[in-house]
Ligand binder design. Structure first.
Ligand code: ZN
Length: 67
C-alpha cells in the first residue's frame, strides 16, 4: 500500500489570495477579511501589477477601455 504523505508539498503553487482588476492608478486595500484583514493602505501602480504586502492580493491595472 502506497502512502503519499509528501505529495501535498509538490502541489503548492504561488497563489494570490485574490485578483482585482482596476482602472485606477491608486488602489486601497484593507484585507477585506475579519481575521486576515490589515490597516488600510494605498498602493500606487509603478507597473501593470502590484501585490499588497499584507494580504498578497494582486491588483492589475487596466487602461480605461473608453479612452
Ligand atoms: Zn491587502
Amino acid at each position: 500500500m502506497e502512502t503519499e504523505k509528501f505529495s501535498s508539498s509538490t502541489q503548492q503553487q504561488l497563489n494570490y489570495n485574490e485578483i482585482v482588476y482596476t482602472h485606477s492608478k491608486i488602489v486601497s486595500c484593507n484585507g477585506n477579511h475579519p481575521v486576515f484583514g490589515h490597516p488600510k493602505i494605498y498602493l500606487k501602480f509603478k507597473s501593470e501589477q502590484i501585490v499588497c504586502p499584507y494580504c498578497s492580493k494582486l491588483f492589475i491595472y487596466q487602461k480605461n477601455p473608453f479612452s
